[in-house]
Design a protein around this ligand. Structure first.
Ligand SMILES: Cc1ncc(COP(=O)(O)O)c(C=O)c1O
Length: 318
């Protein structure tokens, strides 16, 4: 499994050895182990905002402080991060650079390089979650931040949850200079990741099935995102803004100021439609006017749900 993973990581620009990898029960276990390896109770973690809510829960559960760094369609704002690091002690940084959840954003390569150098200057470890990196719409997947790391400070985390199925619980971490610490924590936590699912996934990787599957999946998600963008354009009120992503299956919808996406969430739920309102992606009071849509599935019923959602959204525009 680890040999297959390092072969695949060459596409992300990473040159690693199988012994650099620890298999985990999914990406969330990988990122949680990474946080435990580099932080102590009370430390501060800088994180691109809006934030994947599981990170917020893990950080709070571990008694860490969150420092939310604003992000846009090109990822985390590095000027703000630089300023924040000079003002506050920051002990770790977490980022989803490739097809971010919830923004869908992609950090350009020169910014990935800058991020590594900025954090290295202050000896701050970077936890990279690259769980969506393989879901690019083009044929070449984007580089991992890890590929720019000369310092061993990037703890690279990923899994097969988004490309195969979350139920396999097969993920991994390449923890750089924190390898021994992560290995120790993983052994304490649950000794090792179950092997039957690893063997199953490894067979799929070695017999070429995974690559074939990935080629199809990329096309399917590109098509479904295009359909969802088209439906949002047709059904949603004037002033709705969405950045078309280059990969993944998530759309971040920005409504005019004053819009309450939590009200939309409640109204939609009454109609059997589920969206993720913006306020769950922050500990502050931001993103009230935003929400996340998921295009991983497409059907006539979903198109009708978007029409209903657009109609409900119009009733909430002041
Ligand atoms: C950014 C991100 N990381 C990790 C996960 C979950 O990964 P896993 O199921 O492999 O733990 C998700 C799922 O929503 C995600 O969006």
């Amino acid at each position: 499994m680890r040999t297959e993973i390092v072969k695949r990581l060459l596409d992300a620009g990473c040159s690693l050895m199988p012994d650099d990898i620890i298999i985990t029960s999914g990406c969330v276990e990988a990122t949680t182990l990474a946080l435990q390896a580099v932080c102590r109770h009370g430390d501060t973690v800088a994180i691109g905002s809006p934030v994947y809510p599981t990170f917020l829960r893990a950080i709070e559960w571990m008694g860490l402080k969150v420092l939310e760094i604003p992000s846009n369609s090109e990822g985390m704002n590095l000027d703000v991060l630089d300023y924040a690091i000079r003002q506050n002690p920051v002990h770790a940084c977490i980022t989803i650079a490739n097809f971010n959840n919830p923004l869908g954003s992609l950090l350009p390569n020169e910014r990935k390089h800058q991020l590594v150098e900025l954090l290295a200057k202050h000896e701050i470890p970077l936890i990279e979650d690259d769980v969506y990196g393989d879901l690019c719409f083009g044929s070449n997947r984007p580089a991992a931040i890890k590929s720019f790391d000369k310092y061993g400070l990037v703890l690279y985390c990923s899994s097969f949850s988004k490309t195969l199925a979350p139920g396999y619980r097969v993920g991994w971490i390449a923890p750089g200079r924190f390898l021994d610490k992560v290995l120790h924590l993983k052994t304490l936590l649950n000794i090792a990741t179950a092997s039957p699912t690893q063997l199953t996934v490894t067979e799929f990787l070695t017999n070429g099935g995974y690559d074939r599957h990935l080629r199809t999946l990329r096309k399917v998600y590109a098509r479904q995102i295009a359909k969802m963008l088209d439906a949002v354009g047709r059904y949603f009120p004037h002033g709705t803004h969405v950045n078309p992503p280059d990969g993944g299956y998530i759309l971040w919808v920005v409504m005019p100021d004053g819009f309450d996406s939590f009200k939309l969430y409640e109204l939609a739920l009454n109609e059997g439609i589920s969206i993720a309102p913006g306020n769950i992606f922050t500990l502050s009071d931001r993103y009230r006017n935003c929400f996340r849509l998921n295009a991983a599935l497409w059907s006539e019923q979903i198109e009708q749900a978007l029409e209903t959602l657009g109609r409900l959204a119009k009733t909430l525009i002041k």
